[in-house]
Design a protein around this ligand. Sequence first.
Ligand SMILES: [Ca+2]
Length: 365
Amino acid sequence: MLNALFWLYADNQLTLTNGMLTGDAQSGVFTGVPLARETTILAYARPFLFKKMNLDGATNPEVQYAANSARSGLLNLSHWHAANREWDGLTVIPGWGSNANSQINLTGKFSEIVKIAAGGYHSVALNSDGTVVAWGRNNAGQCNTPAGLSSVTEIAACGDHCMALKSDGTVVAWGANPDGQINVPPGLSNVIAIAAGAGHSIALKSDGTVVAWGRSTEGQTNVPVGLSSVTAISAGSFFSMALRSNGSIVVWGSGGDGQKNIPAGLSGVTAIDAGGYHCLALKSDGTVVAWGRNLDGESTIPVGLSGVTRIAGGDYHSMALKSDGTVVAWGRNTSGQTIVPAGLSGVTAIDAGYTHSLALKAKAP
Ligand SMILES: [Ca+2]
C-alpha cells in the first residue's frame, strides 16, 4: 500500500490517473475530478492517508473520488501500484504555501527524489536515476522536461524556466525564454553548479569562473571582470551572487534593495542563496545572515536561529533547514509559504519559490 498525506481546500481540481496526481487550478484543464481550489498537498508519506474516504478496491476510484465531497479522505493507491511502479520508490516531498498553480502537487513519474528546486510557480525534482520531473505552472513549458533528458546531477529553477546540469558538465535549460534565459551559450562545458534568476541563468565552471546569460536589465548577467575562485553561485530576481574561496561574497546586477550591502566583517560563509530581492548567507557556525529587501521581514533572521545546514531564499520569504531535520521559514506569508507543516521533520533539502515552499524528506522505509 502506497500512501500520502495531503490537505484539500476549496475549488481546485485534482486528477488521479495511473497513479499520478495532476491538477491545474488556473487553466482548469482537467480530465479528472473537480475538487477544491487550493489543493494543498502538504506531505506525501506512507501510508497514503486522506481522511474519511477509503477507495481501496474501487473499480473507478476517480469517479468515486469526484463523488466524495469531503475535503479529505482515505485513498489506497494499491490498485495503481502494479501499473505504476514508480510509486514504489516515492520519496516524501511536502510543499506548502500557494498552490494556485498546483506547484505543491506531486505529479509525473517519480523514482526516488534526491533533489528539489522551486521555480516561481512551479516545482522540479531530480530523481536518483538522473531524470527530472517538473510540475505546477506550465504557461511557458517549464514543466515540459526535454525528451530524453538524463544523467542530470543538479537542477535549478526560478521564474518560469528550469535548468539542469548533466554529469558531463553541460547545461540544459527549458521554459520561458523572452530574455534568452534558456539559450545556454554554445560550447559551455565543465560546469559544476547552476543557478536560475527570474529571467537569467548563471553557471559556475570548474575553473572557478562564472558565465551568465538571459535578462540583463540590471546588469545581472554582467559577470564582474576578473571574477575567479568562485565556489558557489546563486541568482535573485534581478541580481546574481557568488561566493569565493576566500570567503568573500560578490553581488552584481540590481542593488536597489540593498543586495550589494554585504554586512561588514561577514566571514566564515559556507553557502549563499539569493531571494527575490534579498540575500542569505550561511556561516560555518550554523547561523544565518541576511541583507537586502526586508519589507516583509524576509531579511529578519528569527531570534536564536542556529544549527542551520541549508538556506533558501524565495521571492519575499526565507527558509532554513536545521541539522535536526526541521525547517524554519520567515518573511512574507500571503499564501502560507512560511507556515511550516506541524511536525515536519526528517527533511534533507529545501527550496523556496515565489509563493510556495518545498522540502524533501528521506525516503520512507
Ligand atoms: Ca533562491
